[in-house]
Write a protein that binds this ligand. Structure first.
Ligand SMILES: [Zn+2]
Length: 328
């Protein structure tokens, strides 16, 4: 993938042609006078307009956000008259990682999502992190899209830090996701982009969906519908939107983690994204050489199976599934 993917994602030649033909929209799209090649806006005076940012690719092997950025930009470019605000798209914050299918920053091995808010006087990567934050300051809402890892698949979900839940929950409920998980592990904690921006007064939520190294377009379209819902609520999008589905909300982080107690090959025995009861089968771990069943995994609690392993090889301690309990 080319490093300058944002240029291609923001506007294709055909969209540019459509826009050029229609001079009712005098502002900038895909750059121009604004100096923001990643900006979609068709108005002149942007100061009074609402602004949303869609951010992805902090982890270079998480590519679901590539489709989401594309689809948001595509839908806007099809109906530019409905865009009443500013949409900034950042598809690849870690472009080297995206190019090399690497979660972390290549060569250094550092996790970019543990470097925020960065340091203007620091190392090269700290300066880049600081520049990203500087660019995002002033955004009315930032949506940071992640896609699990290469091992487990996630149904579309918003993850919120409880510290900011009061402000963020109304936005999260419009996102058309299946689950809102409060206080989700490390994904929303200190040094992440989301936490840093929230501390600095930029409302930010983390969206997780799908799986690393892949694109699930059905999940992507679901989240894109949610993004347009949120933009509609903020007055940034005047076009038609679909009512969001009701997400299951974890009341206080009551998530059951199911981890493997042995090595082997994991065979799922349950459907992803459905409610399970205690004792219901989740999967089996088998030994391909002897044909033996090594472990039978069952649900320890009732709830929604929202994370399920998709990568077959497992070692002791690996994550197999997560069940959301205590659903509000
Ligand atoms: Zn991530």
């Amino acid at each position: 993938m080319e490093t300058g993917a944002s240029r291609g994602l923001v506007r294709g030649a055909r969209e540019r042609e459509m826009h050029d033909r229609d001079n009712r929209f005098a502002g900038t799209a895909g750059g121009g006078a604004s100096g923001h090649p990643n900006r979609l806006c068709y108005k002149e005076d942007i100061k009074s307009l609402g602004r949303v940012a869609i951010v992805s690719g902090t982890h270079g092997d998480e590519l679901e956000g590539q489709y989401i950025c594309y689809e948001v930009a595509r839908r806007i470019s099809r109906n530019p008259e409905n865009l009443a605000g500013v949409v900034d798209i950042y598809p690849a914050l870690n472009p080297l990682g995206v190019d090399l299918a690497s979660k972390v920053l290549p060569v250094t091995g550092m996790d970019m999502n543990r470097m925020f808010p960065g340091d203007r006087e620091g190392s090269a990567m700290e300066r880049i992190a600081a520049a990203v934050v500087d660019d995002l300051i002033g955004t009315d809402l930032c949506i940071d899209v992640h896609s699990s890892d290469i091992f487990v698949q996630e149904i579309p979900q918003v993850r919120l830090n409880e510290e900011f839940a009061g402000r963020m929950l109304p936005f999260a409920k419009l996102m058309n996701v299946d689950v809102i998980w409060m206080n989700a592990t490390a994904t929303v904690h200190e040094a992440t982009l989301a936490h840093s921006l929230n501390i600095m007064g930029v409302p930010t939520m983390v969206v997780e969906l799908g799986q690393g190294n892949s694109i699930h377009m059905t999940y992507g379209n679901q989240v894109v519908d949610g993004i347009f819902n949120v933009m509609h609520e903020m007055g940034i999008w005047t076009g038609e939107v679909r009512p969001p589905q009701q997400p299951a909300i974890s009341s206080d982080g009551k998530v059951e983690f199911i981890r493997s107690e042995t090595d082997g090959i994991f065979l799922p025995r349950s459907k992803h994204n459905h409610f399970v009861n205690v004792g219901e089968p989740i999967g089996e771990i088998v030994d391909p050489m002897t044909g033996q069943l090594k472990s039978r995994i069952t649900a320890g609690r009732d709830g929604l199976l929202f994370t399920l392993r998709n990568y077959p090889v497992v070692y002791e301690g690996d994550l197999l599934a997560r069940i959301l309990t205590g659903i509000m």
